[in-house]
Design a protein around this ligand. Sequence first.
Ligand code: AMP
Length: 216
Amino acid sequence: MRLVIMGLPGAGKGTQAALLSEKFGIPHISTGAMFRAAKGAGGPLARKIAQHIDQGELVPDGLALAVVRARLEQEDCRDGFLLDGFPRTVSQARMFEQLLDEMGIKLDAAIDIVISADEAVRRIVERKTCPRCGATYPGGTEVCSVCQVPLAKREDDDEPTARKRLLIYEEQTWPLVEFYRERGLLLKVHGEGPIDQVFHRVLAQIRGLQADEVLG
Ligand code: AMP
């Protein structure tokens, strides 16, 4: 299964991606997590990445593609993967399409988790993240249930940066929904409500897709 997951920051992409990754046994590849790790590594590239992330802006498309290409070439992606946070622009989506062509593989679906902008800001401002595994938790949780370490606030999860990220998403990432709709790959899922309900909606859409394939 080769999947892309899209949605406003705070839509629950990371949470649903982790569940899907476990369900289908495919690696969950979060470009945001990869860039945050690269930023923490120090050096000139880290400084360049930090300039973008800390302002809530996208890193350049070429850099995003290079990171994804290197990751998809790894052995564990041979039978599938789930990309979370990439592609983020139509230009990245075009480059990604070309990359998949070169690799001789096809995307199965692009899942769009839909929530309102107000709900997104509320969730981002309240949520906390595990500094070790990157899992996010709603406001009120203090310790990661997996790593048992205290949760922290992501540096770009303050309200002004969150609003800027939403604006950039609306301008640059929304056109991707059309891009994937035109290719018959879009699965739209309502993202508000309990996590397990959203997951059931995602699975129902994927099953619909698999049924379509069987029926031809
Ligand atoms: P995320 O964790 O997906 O919200 O990403 C956090 C930040 O990482 C974004 O605000 C961008 O600065 C950067 N980033 C993640 N994925 C991409 C991408 N595909 N293209 C450009 N920048 C990205």
